[in-house]
Design a protein around this ligand. Sequence first.
Ligand SMILES: [Cu+2]
Length: 170
Amino acid sequence: MHQTVLFTSLVLMMAVAAIFLFSLSRSGAGDGSKKAPKLGALRFVLFIGALVLGAAVSIGSLRPWPRAVAAGADVVSVKVTGSQWSWEIDRKTIPVGKPVTFNIATTDVSHGFAVYDAGDQLLVQSQAMPGYINRVSYTFRTAGKYRIFCMEYCGVAHHDMTDEILVVAQ
Ligand SMILES: [Cu+2]
């Protein structure tokens, strides 16, 4: 299958290159009219304009990196382990206002660890990947119950992979 895809891609790329080279050779043999240089200049301006616009839109729409992983003595470390189909969380009561770092792992397949507030707003999330410990930090500003969901389909009981943590005033 891979060989077929590779061969087809190569043939199509050669066809595109042949069309491109043919067009280039034809544009050099113009009829001598004065329109050709103007069109070339317009094309150049449009090309540069598209490049500048594309770069501006790409850079302007970049989002800042997710929150940095909190470090230090006051950080609350929480170990989270996903397994089909539940979460094991070693600390379910968390102080409000303190940075919390979730250390997220899985014993089987990939899962998606996500924390939602009472208004069903997603606050923080990270993938749980076999062989890795992913870390993500968050500081809870309001006491209350927060719900945990799995964000990645992981089997027939994926929908059951929920849990809760409690954020309490210090
Ligand atoms: Cu899941």
